[in-house]
Design a protein around this ligand. Structure first.
Ligand code: DAH
Length: 340
């Protein structure tokens, strides 16, 4: 029996050497130390041995059991270490690899251009005033000196929502809103915002676009103040060498009305495709605020006067960055937008 126990131990330890993963180790444990193992059987049967054999067999059996248990634990430890080493080796992170770049958003070119415009006018003392995109007929036209059936309304093809409500065709109705809110204080604001026109979409015109309106109301404001403001803006926005030209024009809400042109930045006034060989680019409509409009805003035209102007935002950006199609602004093509 004693010899059998020694053999059993040697055989088990030999088998343990061949174990190479935790699954095999578990099978080994069941076979050699489990309830149905030979060793357990012997331990169980010690009581049936002749009394003189019992102590020696009992002791050796326990010794073998302890030896196998110790060997088992040692092996389990070793396997765990091996597994850890493998993981460290195979799953090692190469910290010298460059990281994955986070994709960054950016401001839309229109937003960038608007902010540039705000900054320039901000330095000239103009506040930003926002007014709604959805307007009434009265504010968009009537109070701007265009009663129903006034022929000048045809200058703006309109998206009507109902007989009375429309999408603003220009930012000028904001003039009335800001005057009514601020009266009787002097005013110096710009009114940026989106405008809508029921027009065919082409490379040069969209049915939605931004405008920036300007309004100054005070005492003894002159046309020279207006021209100086527009010239200063053009030089800050396009470069200090720019020249401005003024032409007489007509808008129902200004008297007198003008349009301002700037020498073409692409050909320096020589004439090119962009300026249609005239050497000049139209930059805005403007004028001295019409007395009727001042009155509609709450100001007494005998005491107050002012100037106003309005220009688009996408077109100046197109000229500045040589963009040849206005539809790109709303095309949502990231290849275009990422360039700015
Ligand atoms: N509202 C005009 C337009 O959309 C632009 C304009 C012209 C605005 C003259 C003004 C102005 O304030 O005085 O065509």
């Amino acid at each position: 029996m004693l010899q059998k126990l020694h053999q059993l131990k040697d055989k088990a330890l030999q088998a343990l050497k061949m174990v190479s993963d935790s699954e095999e180790l578990e099978s080994w444990r069941i076979e050699h130390l489990g309830r149905k193992s030979e060793l357990n059987q012997i331990l169980h049967d010690v009581g049936r041995l002749p009394p003189e054999e019992r102590p020696a067999v009992g002791r050796l059996t326990n010794e073998v059991k302890l030896a196998l248990e110790t060997a088992y634990e040692g092996k389990a430890e070793a396997l765990k270490r091996q597994e850890l080493e493998r993981a460290l080796r195979e799953e090692r992170i190469d910290v010298t690899l460059p990281g994955r770049p986070v994709s960054l958003g950016r401001l839309h070119l229109t937003t960038q251009t608007l902010r540039e415009i705000y900054a320039i006018f901000g330095q000239m003392g103009f506040q930003v005033y926002e007014s709604p995109d959805v307007e009434t007929d009265e504010l968009n036209f009537g109070l701007l000196n265009m009663p129903p059936h006034h022929p000048a309304r045809d200058m703006w093809d309109t998206f009507w929502i109902s007989d009375e409500v429309l999408l603003r065709t220009h930012t000028s109705p904001g003039q009335i809103r800001v005057m009514r809110e601020r009266c009787p204080e002097p005013i110096r604001v710009i009114l940026p915002g989106k405008c809508y026109r029921y027009e065919q979409v082409t490379a040069r015109s969209e049915h939605q676009f931004y405008q920036v309106e300007g309004l100054a109301v005070g005492h003894a404001i002159t046309m020279t103040d207006l021209i100086g403001t527009l010239t200063e803006f053009a030089r800050r926005f396009y470069g200090p060498e720019r020249r401005i030209r003024i032409r007489g024009s007509y808008f129902p809400f200004t008297e007198p009305s003008i349009e301002a042109d700037m020498d073409c930045i692409l050909c320096d006034g020589e004439g090119c495709r962009v300026c249609r060989y005239s050497g000049w680019l139209e930059i805005c409509g403007a004028g001295m605020v019409h007395p009727v409009v001042l009155e509609n805003g709450g100001y007494d035209p005998d005491e107050w006067n002012g100037f106003a102007f309005g220009f688009g935002v996408e077109r100046p950006a197109m000229v500045k960055y040589s963009i040849d199609d206005i539809r790109l602004f709303y095309g949502n093509d990231l290849r275009f937008l990422r360039q700015f």
